[in-house]
Ligand binder design. Structure first.
Ligand code: NAG
Ligand code: NAG
Ligand code: NAG
Ligand code: NAG
Ligand code: NAG
Ligand code: NAG
Ligand code: NAG
Ligand code: NAG
Ligand code: NAG
Length: 415
């Protein structure tokens, strides 16, 4: 009796961890039918086309495994409107598909952060398409869709994929095939176009052209694109620049001090997304000065800002992925011309070391929207993850190594 219970428990657990389907032929046949049945023949077409390349084959082979994946599947209209009904079998197509696949299960109804918060999911898009340290992959930014009339979460399992100047929206219900959660969406990501540009390719309509030209005229293009392997960029919007030229001495600063001002808006070697930040954390900028991340809960509304020197900047928009890191738009140019090269070097080195030696990352941060956070924290909302994010492991606290303690910062004359 006992024996048989043990045996059946054993069998049960074997069954749970076993590969999906009986064999890979059956698995992919089943996937084809499932996609066809759900009106996603365009995706199947893209998959079979990508499978004609070596890297595509590798990607597609990954799906038949013990791991679970979520696929953000562009629907047929989406492929058509992007002129990708007959995509060419090349690396771009493989990258495009990779960017729509996450190695974790993300239930659209329960695992996505509510509006003004982000769920950051690490996709299968890796180097060389992107320039992030270690095995860190490019992220897809998700939030719960909003009813335009009420401004509230729709709450029907609709999700929004946030791009720089584009959004994709879920179209229809998420469904499951074997080990895959498949969420149809209305657009394949145009992100790859952005990624193929070098440098801080913020499009003009994001309203940060002044910062981009200040970076250029300070001769920092090369530094920020080729000597930044996974950076966090706090970029002031145009208003912030206009104001700073009137109310500060920024325009009159010598060139090297202007450069320091800009580098004081960047964290070198670590890519920090909104759920990574914790109130009170301190970081070291790429000019070597301390940068604080703070939240303010006045009036029940949370404001999120960063501080360098005496300057405080509110974060207006977070989590815009770029090829070598992430951009957060801010409302103030922090005119801090000081620098400390030793501190900057140390911070960059430990960030790089941390990134290279890290072998596993969690594949989702900032999940568990509806169950976890309601009116609570802003973009800093803790990365409470619901049960279904099962395949996520270890932790992604990139900041740890070069974060310094707040008390050291306040008490010590370290800086
Ligand atoms: C794969 O599984 C299918 C369905 O169970 C079966 O019909 C087929 O013979 C199997 N093929 C191989 C090569 O084992
Ligand atoms: C991908 O290509 C390989 C090699 O040609 C083939 O064995 C495999 O069945 C293909 N997979 C799919 C999903 O088309
Ligand atoms: C698709 O092709 C048509 C005709 O060539 C063109 O007008 C349209 O802009 C293209 N759309 C995209 C998204 O590239
Ligand atoms: C997601 O969660 C909801 C609520 O628990 C459940 O009804 C639904 O079936 C789940 N969806 C998938 C694809 O598992
Ligand atoms: C948005 O909210 C309004 C008012 O509650 C409702 O009538 C409408 O159907 C909602 N739209 C969607 C897309 O959920
Ligand atoms: C994308 O969605 C967000 C949140 O609803 C909205 O504020 C923004 O304007 C949208 N962007 C575009 C380009 O539609
Ligand atoms: C720097 O990059 C921007 C856009 O990313 C470009 O417009 C500018 O010409 C570049 N400047 C130099 C000096 O190459
Ligand atoms: C500009 O202002 C900053 C901060 O107020 C100050 O530290 C710096 O010395 C000033 N620089 C010049 C050239 O006036
Ligand atoms: C980042 O640090 C590396 C190593 O210290 C350095 O070579 C690079 O120029 C730095 N990049 C920036 C943007 O400060």
């Amino acid at each position: 009796m006992l024996k048989s219970i043990i045996l059946s428990t054993l069998l049960l657990s074997l069954k749970i961890t076993a590969l999906p389907a009986d064999n890979s032929t059956a698995y992919y046949k089943g996937l084809e039918s499932s996609l066809m049945d759900n009106g996603l023949s365009g995706l199947w077409n893209a998959i079979s086309t990508a499978n004609q390349t070596e890297s595509g084959q590798e990607l597609i082979k990954k799906l038949y495994s013990d791991d679970k994946f979520t696929i953000y599947a562009p629907n047929n209209a989406a492929w058509a409107s992007s002129n990708l009904t007959q995509p060419p079998a090349n690396e771009n197509l493989v990258s495009l598909l990779s960017y729509h696949i996450v190695k974790a299960t993300l239930n659209s109804s329960t695992d996505i952060a509510p509006i003004r918060h982000h769920t950051i999911a690490f996709t299968e898009l890796r180097t060389p398409t992107i320039d992030l340290p270690g095995d860190q992959t490019q992220v897809i930014v998700l939030e719960t869709a909003v009813n335009q009339t009420t401004g509230q979460d729709v709450n029907d399992g609709s999700v929004l994929v946030r791009g720089d100047n584009w959004n994709a929206t879920s179209s229809g219900n998420q469904f499951i095939y074997e080990n895959l959660f498949i969420q149809p969406i209305d657009k394949p990501s145009p992100l790859l176009k952005t990624l193929s540009q070098t440098g801080l390719s913020l499009t003009a309509n994001m309203g940060a052209t002044s910062a981009i030209s200040a970076i250029s005229s300070s001769g920092l293009n090369e530094t920020l694109s080729n000597h930044c392997h996974g950076c966090t960029f706090f970029i002031p919007v145009n208003n912030a620049f206009d104001q700073a030229t009137q109310t500060t001495n920024f325009s009159n600063l010598p060139q090297n001090e202007k450069s320091s001002v800009i580098l004081n808006h960047i964290l070198n070697g670590s890519t920090l997304y909104s759920p990574d930040f914790k109130s009170g954390s301190a970081y070291v900028t790429s000019a070597g000065m301390p940068l604080l991340y703070l939240t303010d809960d006045n009036d029940g509304k949370q404001k999120v800002f960063i501080q360098v020197g005496k300057y405080r900047a509110s974060i207006l928009r977070s989590d815009i992925p770029v090829s070598n890191g992430v951009v957060h738009l801010i409302d103030t140019l922090m005119v801090v011309p000081q620098n400390n090269h030793d501190k900057a070097d140390d911070a960059a080195k430990s960030a790089a070391h941390e990134a290279e030696s890290r072998t596993t990352t969690t594949n989702v941060i900032g999940g568990g929207g509806h169950t976890a956070t309601s009116t609570a924290s802003g973009p800093s909302s803790s990365s409470t993850q619901s049960q279904s994010l099962g395949s996520s492991t270890i932790n992604h606290d990139l900041g740890n190594v070069f974060k310094i303690s707040l008390s050291a910062l306040v008490l010590g004359a370290l800086w």
